[in-house]
Design a protein around this ligand. Structure first.
Ligand code: 3AT
Ligand code: MN
Ligand code: MN
Length: 568
């Protein structure tokens, strides 16, 4: 049987070329992306190449040293090789200025992951170009994070089951996964997936320009974050790649337009696939909703093309799905106008209105007394917030729980215990001019989660002082009230809330009870091995829009845009 002449799981929708007009719009898109600072400078590009060259050399030297350590004779050790591969946005060719380079080192079977975190880290530390080196050996994909000549590098490692790593080694053969341990398979996966995506798009230059546009759109609209339950870089890349397959000869402007058309009509949970899911030589589990209950729960499945295929969007929740769909609808209206020359691409990239959109917000604050610890705590919380979202969703009290992809981070030097406690509870210091956040006495040190009560009606009556008194209560963990002075590092995450119209009491007031999901979430966070009750605090506050700190408006007016309303 001859192979089909197209890329993808179905024939293309349209194989015609773009019109001249569409080509012109693709050029506009390119200029706008440039003016938005989406491309690195020539100097930066060269610097990255120099850095990668140096890392590649170091990896070969590392393999050599590790081989000698494992008692290989010098002649064999010097022939063991070693090679680097890049993946992520740099490999796809869609990285912005200042993006990291995700780099994978591939080493022969006698070299171990421990060698990597011992010998390689040691070698890197000796280099004057290397700063801020942080080995993270015990995680899903172990990584060395560092700055190399000012370039952000994520360095991972995979041990291949072969005695040498030749310079022309490729990673697409599924057989290299045979007998490999799962950590190495995961480490290889990033690189195998990016390479496969590039192999599966009909025109790489078009794909790149369209993807740059979609990435910028998704970031500006705050729907770019895998941990928070939106799509991450790989997922957006796969959707754009699929559109490229369906319109193989169109230019980037048409791909972007089709992207919004196709996505807005996509019948989820039909998966987005770039090719048929392969079964492989090893025993690794691949995405299969027929066999796996968890896979069946994926709301917007986008499946990675390299064996073992996985769902890149398993974090999407009921709420984040709705938000993505809402943004796709907005994008659709704009791209159609762009095509009609009624507006420009810039409209697509307008910043989100998250903080002007909802009447009520939850503010999740985590703090610690050590900057390095806070960095890890921040990442940990970022990966957990969606579990709070899911718990809140199950209460049935909300139409939508909207997690914001970005947190607001600070460090403070506290002069008193009292100040430290306020900051830990999420109140910015008074000198930061956050009058709406200056709490009343009662709102501090509430030992159990406060139960906010809110009035869904009378949205315009938000200055009502009576309701203000009840709002903005803080749930405070006060287990360590002494020794609070000194430096405190804080991160605040936000959830926008859209309440259901149900369960209204006769007086028209409704009671919102968030204590159960909140308690459960806090317990979950505190049960983690990451958590240290001595040095960390978590507090959750319920805020009305007008109680949000100035910083979230970032110079924009505080003026309300519009509230999303469940009644429309
Ligand atoms: P940037 O341009 O760097 O923002 P990117 O797509 O390169 O976008 P990352 O550098 O965060 O994004 O990630 C690159 C790849 O590394 C994507 C994914 O295959 C892998 N990866 C990232 N984070 C994780 C993680 N926590 N666990 C497993 N794999 C990850
Ligand atoms: Mn990256
Ligand atoms: Mn990275």
């Amino acid at each position: 049987m001859s192979k089909p002449k197209y890329l993808g799981v179905t024939p293309p929708v349209d194989t015609s070329q773009s019109s001249e007009e569409e080509e012109a719009l693709a050029n506009d898109l390119l200029s706008i992306l440039k003016s938005e600072g989406q491309f690195e400078s020539e100097e930066e590009r060269k610097n990255r190449e120099v850095v990668l060259g140096k890392i590649d050399k170091m990896v070969k030297e590392f393999v050599y040293r590790a081989s000698l350590k494992h008692k290989l004779p010098e002649s064999l050790a010097s022939a063991c090789g070693g090679k680097i591969f890049t993946f992520g946005s740099y490999r796809l060719g869609v990285h912005g200025a200042g993006a990291d380079i995700d780099t994978l080192c591939v080493v022969p079977s006698h070299v171990t992951r421990d060698d990597f975190f011992d010998i390689m880290v040691g070698m890197l530390k000796e280099r004057s170009e290397v700063t801020e080196i942080t080995p993270v050996p015990k995680t899903y994909v172990p990584v060395i994070k560092m700055q190399f000549s000012g370039v952000d590098i994520d360095l991972t490692v995979a041990v291949l089951q072969q005695p040498t790593i030749p310079e022309d080694l490729e990673l697409f053969d599924n057989n290299i996964l045979r007998t490999m341990n799962s950590t190495c398979v995961r480490s290889l996966n990033g690189s195998r997936v990016t390479d496969e995506i590039l192999r599966l798009v009909p025109n790489i230059a078009t794909f790149r320009l369209a993807l740059r546009c979609i990435k910028l759109w998704a970031k500006r609209r705050a729907i770019y974050s895998n941990p928070m339950g939106f799509f991450g870089g790989v997922a957006w890349a796969m959707v754009v790649a699929r559109i490229c397959q369906l319109y193989p000869n169109k230019c980037a402007s048409t791909i972007v337009t089709r992207f919004f058309h196709v996505l807005s009509r996509w019948r989820w949970p039909t998966p987005v696939l770039l090719k048929e899911i392969e079964s492989g030589p090893a025993h690794f589990q691949v995405w299969n909703p027929r066999l796996d209950r968890g896979d069946r729960d994926h709301r917007m499945p986008i499946i990675t093309p390299a064996y073992p295929s996985m769902c890149a969007t398993h974090n999407v929740s009921q709420s984040t799905k709705q938000i993505i769909e809402m943004e796709v609808k907005r994008g659709l209206i704009i791209v159609d106008k762009v095509m009609q020359h009624e507006t420009t691409w810039r409209d697509l990239f307008e910043k989100d209105e998250f903080f002007r959109r909802y009447k009520f917000y939850l503010q999740v604050n985590v703090s610690s007394t050590d900057g390095d610890v806070q960095h890890g705590l921040h990442g940990f919380l970022e990966s957990r917030v969606r579990q709070y979202v899911t718990r809140l969703e199950t209460t049935g009290q909300f139409v939508l729980i909207h997690p914001y992809i970005k947190s607001y981070d600070h460090d403070f030097v506290c002069k008193s215990d009292e100040e430290a406690q306020r900051i830990r509870a999420g109140f910015l210091p008074v000198q930061q001019e956050a009058p709406a956040l200056v709490p009343d006495e009662k709102s501090i040190n509430v030992p159990t989660p406060a139960v906010p009560e809110a009035d869904q009606d009378n949205m315009e009556e938000s200055s009502d002082s009576e309701s203000k008194d009840r709002d903005g209560k803080a749930e405070k963990d006060d287990s360590n009230s002494s020794g609070d002075t000194g430096k405190i590092y804080t991160s605040a995450f936000y959830l926008g809330l859209l309440l259901t119209e149900r369960d209204r009491s006769p007086a028209g007031k409704r009671r919102m009870d968030l204590s159960l999901p909140t308690q459960e979430f806090i317990r979950l966070v505190k049960e983690s091995t990451v958590w240290d009750d001595e040095t960390m605090t978590i507090s959750i506050r319920f805020l009305r829009q007008e109680q949000l700190p100035d910083e979230v408006f970032g110079g924009m007016s505080r003026e309300r845009l519009h509230y999303l309303s469940s009644s429309k």
